[in-house]
Write a protein that binds this ligand. Sequence first.
Ligand code: PHE
Length: 346
Amino acid sequence: MLEQLEQFKTQADKAITSANTLQELRDVEVHFLGRRGKLALLLQQLRDLPQEERPAAGARANELKKDLIAALAHRAESLKGGTPASTSHVLDITWPGERMPYGHIHPLTRFLRLVTSIFSSMGFEIIEGPEVESTKYNFDLLNIPKDHPARDVWDTFFVRSPEGVKSAEGDLVLRTHTSPMQVRAMETRTPPVRFIVPGRVYRHEATDASHEAMFYQCEGLVIDRGIRVTDLLGTLKIFLQTLFEKKVKIRVRPEFYPFVEPGLDIDMSCLLCDGKGCPACKQSGWMEMMGSGMVHPKVLTNMGVDPKVYSGFAFGLGIDRLMMLYFGIDDVRLSYQSDMRFLEQF
Ligand code: PHE
């Protein structure tokens, strides 16, 4: 039976290619596929086949029928166009090309580049550091001793070290801030220094419109002789005004960070709601932009810098929130959802 079906196919194919008019093609169709055509006859014989041979033969017959219908339609097309099948594919090289879809830089990356370029123009060096950090750099050297309640503020994810590897620097954590790079970078530098450290940081947080478990910070450190709080405020104000291209309002609040003394939190009026209150600023009208302060003498000592000779300031900018203000985005989670409806707006 299968053999007969293959023969049928060869004959049908031949007949189709040799049909030179639509009428001839129609005759071929009736001859092979018609109600009393060749295929119908073959299908009648199916019934007489032994039970176990029927499915295979039936499947092949159906396949052939489909192929045949397609071949007939194809031949009909080329006969209608008046061109023989072999030359029916015409290449028109004047036809316009297909436009390729192309992507662009993520708004967060774009914003980060803007931030670094502003600091760069103010003479800051740009450096990066490890995201998996030791507790020594993430906490100890920043004057946050083990078991001190201050560590609770930086609740984090611990990373299991490879089997058998005991680090002299303590456990490994996903860094909770970019501050560990203050000390790390100072191991290979001597004052005067002026640098920023943009990068990803991690916290054990429940997410909401203004919190994520992973986000971006940009650390800043300046150390020289005679650096004062006014240098800190002036630098940050110039940064914010350059960024937003207008005079901005800032508010300074005392805050405790173990690695600075005094410690200051810097808020900026919420540009989304003009200080009226909205979900992004938790109805307060202000957005917490950064922690900052004068580098603690103990931390200067840990850096190998003499606190009697040098002083310095440090700050930690929350990049995500600053970006939200900059672009007018009201939910920090949008940045990490890869939703094209969001991304295509930039
Ligand atoms: N590291 C602090 C934080 O993540 C911010 C900070 C940086 C505060 C530098 C003071 C000085 O909360």
